[in-house]
Design a protein around this ligand. Structure first.
Ligand code: NI
Ligand code: MN
Length: 236
């Protein structure tokens, strides 16, 4: 078993679990670095970390067109309902639900969450996915927090296979704190995101990757928008 993660730019991911496609934080048409347009996205389930525009800009349009179920904070589900998106799964921290290929658990994140029209978006979140035999952690927009040690703690003898972390700084953790996050999470593979989209969050991902490798924190994989990485389940 294996999953394929495709980075379309910024903090947007398509995750093919082998049983369906999960879309994380749809931001395409207004994203300067996006590798595709919102109208071309196919997915079965949409996972939302929080309400900021660079995570939900194309959410309503894609949800309506695809009828994909949207997993999000309770408050974001209420906002979606007012715009005619009814196929939602309102959630909050600690909650876990079935998705194609496994489960998705809503984890904590240290950030803020308001929707583009100013509506309160509830708490910002990360996602801990057990899909296709792979444990994947999508941190979302967040600062470093010590509970990452708990999130990375092995369950059933298995730790995190792949962690997606922001490295852009300014609005989220930057590279330095991402190294500490990797020490706590102990993933096999690390993928950076939420950088390079605009000048304030410019980062040299090659420098980041060299440091992750030198300190043996994880196996870094730096993608360009549109790039994919296939991650096999351990033991498969
Ligand atoms: Ni944000
Ligand atoms: Mn953001």
């Amino acid at each position: 078993m294996a999953i394929t993660l495709t980075w379309t730019g910024h903090a947007t991911w398509l995750i093919d679990t082998g049983s369906g496609v999960l879309l994380v934080d749809p931001f395409f048409d207004e994203c300067p670095t996006a590798s595709m347009k919102a109208k071309d996205v196919a997915c079965d389930t949409i996972l939302v970390t929080h309400g900021h525009f660079d995570h939900v800009a194309d959410l309503v349009a894609i949800a309506k067109r695809t009828q994909a179920r949207v997993l999000c904070a309770f408050e974001i589900a209420q906002w979606l309902a007012k715009q005619g998106v009814e196929n939602t799964q309102p959630m909050n921290f600690g909650g876990s639900v079935a998705v194609p290929g496994g489960t998705a658990k809503m984890e904590i994140a240290h950030h803020s969450s308001s929707l583009p029209d100013g509506t309160y978006g509830g708490n910002p979140a990360g996602w801990l996915l057990d899909v296709g035999g792979v444990r994947a952690y999508i941190a979302g927009d967040t600062a470093l927090f010590s509970d990452m040690q708990r999130i990375g703690r092995p369950r059933d003898g298995r730790g995190i296979d792949v962690a997606v972390l922001p490295i852009g700084d300014v609005f989220t953790m930057g590279p330095e704190d991402s190294y500490e996050a990797l020490r706590l999470l102990k993933p096999r593979i690390a993928l950076p995101n939420h950088y390079g989209t605009w000048p304030p969050i410019a980062q040299d991902a090659a420098v980041w990757a060299a440091r992750v490798t030198a300190e043996k924190l994880a196996e870094p994989r730096v993608l360009v928008p549109g790039g994919s990485v296939r991650i096999a389940a351990q033991g498969s």
